[in-house]
Design a protein around this ligand. Structure first.
Ligand code: FES
Length: 288
């Protein structure tokens, strides 16, 4: 093997990106004027490369064999990354599925769960795994169909089947009352609970909705609603102390994140969530 071939074999995308990152870290320490100049230089070089690559692709367009070879070359991670960087090829299926999962992750993470892509079975199946709280949640089927599936199908219309892989169940033996973060069916029954203005910031309001005691809290412009029952022994939480977005049970001090109901003391349990909406100053609850 020639020496130039052995040098080429050592060049990887990871190494090339690392070199760029190291230089960017150096530039980040420079003063603003120098950083602006470097950014402008980078843009100018990018523009030049993009224009050259665009012209190459354009010149190959009328030669089907050349276009096939070009498409095949995108299997190379360096070629793919550079063409993606310049917006000259569409995101790969894998990338689009990850984008879809990223779009639902904040919602899942707010409920102590997450999702990961396990595999893609071409041409039309994606296998995903619900992890964390979502894995052991009785509402996981709803989470999968209403949240994850919808997002994947929106980002990747060619994926028509989403299969759930077995997850790492963090709470298999623990009865946990979760409601799917995607439980927003049109056929829900909404019941008036309280006027929005009656909800003070960061304080609990207790209400009775259809014979059930619930607690409501306003967090900036968001309203959350939970069953008035601690996940420990089911004692009422309405006398609990709220501080810095954390609700503390007055009985044995279990702590909960008010924005998600996630338990900070025992992460495997969570407050039972009820869907809530605000319509013309009316806070309405749909019991789960
Ligand atoms: S009942 Fe709430 S911590 Fe025990």
């Amino acid at each position: 093997m020639s020496s130039s071939n052995s040098v080429t074999a050592e060049i990887t995308l990871e190494k090339l990106l690392k070199d760029i990152e190291s230089l960017e870290a150096v530039v980040a320490t420079w003063d603003e004027h120098e950083r602006i100049t470097v950014a402008a230089l980078k843009r100018a070089i990018d523009d030049l490369n993009k224009e050259a690559l665009t012209r190459v692709i354009r010149s190959l367009k009328n030669t089907p064999a050349a276009m096939t070879a070009l498409k095949e070359s995108t299997a190379d991670e360096v070629v793919y990354s550079v063409l993606r960087h310049h917006g000259l090829i569409k995101p790969s299926l894998h990338e689009r599925i990850e984008q879809a999962l990223d779009s639902v992750r904040p919602m899942l993470q707010g409920h102590g769960g997450n999702v990961e892509l396990v595999s893609i079975d071409l041409p039309s199946t994606a296998v995903v795994r619900l992890i964390g709280a979502c894995s052991g949640c009785p509402a996981s089927e709803l989470t999968l169909s209403e949240g994850v599936e919808k997002a994947i199908k929106e980002y990747c219309p060619e994926i028509t089947e989403i299969v759930k892989a077995k997850g790492i169940c963090t709470s298999s033996d623990t009865p946990v009352n979760f409601v799917s973060p995607f439980a927003r069916g049109q056929d829900k029954k909404w019941v008036f609970a309280v006027e929005f203005e009656q909800l003070p910031e960061d304080k609990l309001v207790v209400c009775e909705v259809e014979g059930q005691s619930v607690i409501l809290a306003r967090l900036e412009n968001n309203v959350v609603c939970y069953q008035n029952a601690c996940a420990h022994l089911g004692m009422p939480l309405d006398m609990g102390e709220v501080s810095a977005g954390v609700l503390k049970c007055p009985y044995h001090s279990f702590e909960y994140l008010l924005k998600s109901g996630e338990c900070l003391t025992v992460p495997e349990v969570q407050l039972q969530t009820h869907a809530v909406r605000v319509v013309d100053n009316r806070v309405e609850v749909s019991l789960s």
